[in-house]
Design a protein around this ligand. Structure first.
Ligand SMILES: [Zn+2]
Length: 157
């Protein structure tokens, strides 16, 4: 059975209902506190000889936990980047087809206070009426330019 983190109190004070050591031995009411950069461990029983083993074990758990969180964050960032790219392409294509400015007929291009690509708040009225913030809009234009070039080259050959 895996170790169970029961209570994440603060960054500097973690508690477990129980943990299972590599030896198979189970230790209850374990807590790990950090004070002045020093980690201290307490657990039910207070068998002094187990201190270092428990400390090493907990640090292993925390290390794996950090790794897992950073993997999740990385995957989330990749997903966001892919979505942004897809949206940018979508609006670049719409731009090339002259769909901007037809806001009444095309709900996707109606004015909004949040960028349709990145979701950030938009401040200037020109961007608001476009529904895309200045940074994302400059990306849209770049992508549109590339798309136009590719289309032109495809026609020429
Ligand atoms: Zn944006």
């Amino acid at each position: 059975m895996s170790d169970q983190i029961c209570d994440l109190m603060t960054r500097d004070n973690l508690r477990w209902k129980w943990i299972t050591l590599p030896s198979g031995e189970r230790v209850y009411d374990v807590s790990l506190s950090r004070c002045d950069g020093r980690a201290t461990v307490s657990f039910r029983g207070q068998d002094e000889s187990l201190h270092q083993t428990i400390l090493n074990h907990l640090q292993g758990i925390l290390q794996r936990d950090r790794q897992r969180r950073s993997d999740i964050a990385k995957r989330a960032a990749e997903t966001r980047a892919r979505r942004t790219e897809n949206k940018t392409r979508y609006y670049a294509d719409a731009y090339l087809r002259g769909l901007f400015g037809l806001s009444a007929e095309t709900p996707a291009f109606q004015p909004t206070a949040e960028c349709r690509i990145c979701g950030k708040k938009i401040r200037d009225s020109e961007s608001k009426s476009r529904g895309i913030g200045p940074e994302c809009w400059s990306n849209v234009l770049q992508v549109a330019e590339c798309m136009a070039k590719i289309k032109a080259e495809a026609k020429a050959t």
